[in-house]
Design a protein around this ligand. Structure first.
Ligand code: UGA
Length: 438
């Protein structure tokens, strides 16, 4: 059996690497020639724990990486894992996936076999039927359900645990018609993941499941963030103890209840916007989803408000941002709240120093010489008038009084509360913890 995977981002490269390391005959395809070269040399184009090792295992076996779409010919399973970013209005931008499926269509034209195409990219409900099927049938001159199979197969992996999630997903969703193609697909996944529940449904439900999943996670985060804001006005109240306790109720569950600066990354913000946009054009007022977004934006404003309260006018104030990655164990800064915070501080003409264990290169690409880049946490804190912890990297939880001593003013705003159980000298404020000293 030959498998093609189209689009070598987090999802595609993780799947390519895991399947090939298990001995499957895999071809990973991407339009970016430079990226393909790198991957072929066993180097991953972004930071993701364990991925490089698994990729190298695959490269020692049958894995091929190429920018040549004609290699799709003769493949039995074709996974489309390209990005579906948002356009300027927040709606989903389908231009990349349209190009990808059009290339797939052209290349399955002369296939003697009947391949199954899986769409893993996140797409708004109705996209399969209204956009993808017509392109595939037009370009291939073949019929879906007869000459090739088409299955919606949304992905739930998280960056920073992409390999674990690809090896052991909590579910597999297969959306489409109950044809022989569906039976074959089910068999493939049952062999790959013997213990994972497989949900078979139609295309539009599968498409909606992905948005339901991400918007529910965003809702959980905004819920706890809303409570954390309330807690800030209750001296001594601690949002982490509240989250830990309500998380013990099995109806609530403990995950995704960590209060913080708001959700960021390349998925939750984008998918929330796309779903809100989709609801609006369907004539439904997405009241709850709008509130979730509003709370998310407010978290950032709170950090600005606290820093203004502590520092007065921010002009020329030296502020240190600890962490620019949207979460730990990644170098990804796409839609990171820390990046938004830096932009706001720069508008106030503050002098910014940043530190991040992995995301410095990406941060430099955004800000160039507008900010200062510190190599160590100690350097970042030295002479600073206010430090804001934005990402819960482990090394930031080691910050101690001797490091804080080097600051010009000992003001620490801890948006992740990683130092909350320490006795940090100076003016320490953990977001979500009611402060007596206010
Ligand atoms: C998210 C989903 O969790 C995945 O299931 C999904 O497959 C993926 O999007 C996608 O659609 O591709 P990811 O973007 O990797 O995964 O990031 P998350 O781990 O969900 O974190 C998103 C943001 O929420 C981060 O900024 C994180 O700091 C924040 N967060 C998360 C909190 O503030 N509190 C929490 O309790 C959890």
């Amino acid at each position: 059996m030959k498998i093609a995977i189209i689009g070598l981002g987090f999802v595609g490269l993780s799947l390519t690497s895991v399947l090939s390391s298990k001995g499957y005959n895999v071809i990973g395809i991407d339009v970016d020639v430079k990226k393909c070269k790198k991957i072929n040399n066993g180097i991953i184009p972004f930071y993701e724990p364990d991925l490089e090792k698994i990729l190298r295992d695959g490269l020692k076996k049958k894995l091929r990486i190429s920018d040549d779409f004609s290699l799709i010919k003769g493949c039995d399973l074709i996974f489309v894992t390209v990005g579906t970013p948002q356009d300027a209005n927040g709606a989903i931008d389908l231009s990349i996936i349209k190009k990808a499926v059009s290339a797939v269509g052209k290349n399955i034209k002369k296939n003697n076999n009947k391949p199954i195409i899986f769409i893993k990219s996140t797409v708004i409900p109705g996209t399969m039927k209204k956009v993808i099927v017509p392109i595939l049938e037009k370009e291939s001159k073949r019929k879906v359900g007869k000459d090739f199979g088409l299955i919606s197969n949304p992905e739930f992996l998280q960056e920073s645990t992409a390999i674990r999630d690809t090896k052991f997903p909590h579910t597999v969703v297969l959306g489409g018609y109950e044809t022989d193609f569906m039976k074959k697909a089910k068999k493939f996944f049952m062999k790959l993941y013997p213990k994972t529940p497989i949900i078979i449904t139609n295309h539009q439900t599968a498409e909606m499941i992905k948005y339901a999943n991400n918007s529910f996670l965003a809702t959980k985060i905004s819920f706890i963030n809303q409570l954390s804001t309330i807690c800030q006005n209750i001296p001594g109240a601690n949002i982490d103890d509240i989250a830990k306790t309500i998380g013990l109720d099995p109806r609530i569950g403990k995950l995704f209840l960590q209060a913080g600066p708001g959700y960021g990354g390349s998925c939750l913000p984008k998918d929330m916007k796309a779903l809100i946009n989709f609801a609006n054009i369907s004539g439904i007022d997405p009241t709850l989803l709008n509130a979730v977004e509003k709370i998310n934006t407010n978290q950032l404003e709170q950090i600005i408000a606290i820093s203004k309260k502590k520092l007065g006018n921010l002009k020329s104030k030296r502020i240190t941002i600890l962490g620019t990655a949207f979460k730990p164990d990644t170098d990804d800064i796409r839609d990171s709240i820390a990046i938004k915070l830096i932009r706001k501080f720069l508008k106030h003409k503050a002098k910014i120093t940043v530190h991040d264990p992995k995301a410095m290169k990406n941060t430099m690409e955004v800000f160039g010489d507008k900010i200062i880049y510190a190599k160590t946490v100690q350097d970042a804190l030295s002479k600073s008038q206010c430090a804001v912890i934005m990402t819960q990297w482990k090394e930031y939880s080691k910050i101690n009084n001797s490091m804080v001593k080097k600051m010009d003013k000992k003001i620490v705003i801890d948006s992740r509360r990683i130092l909350a159980d320490r006795d940090i000298d100076g003016d320490y404020q953990a977001i979500g913890i009611g402060n007596d000293k206010k």
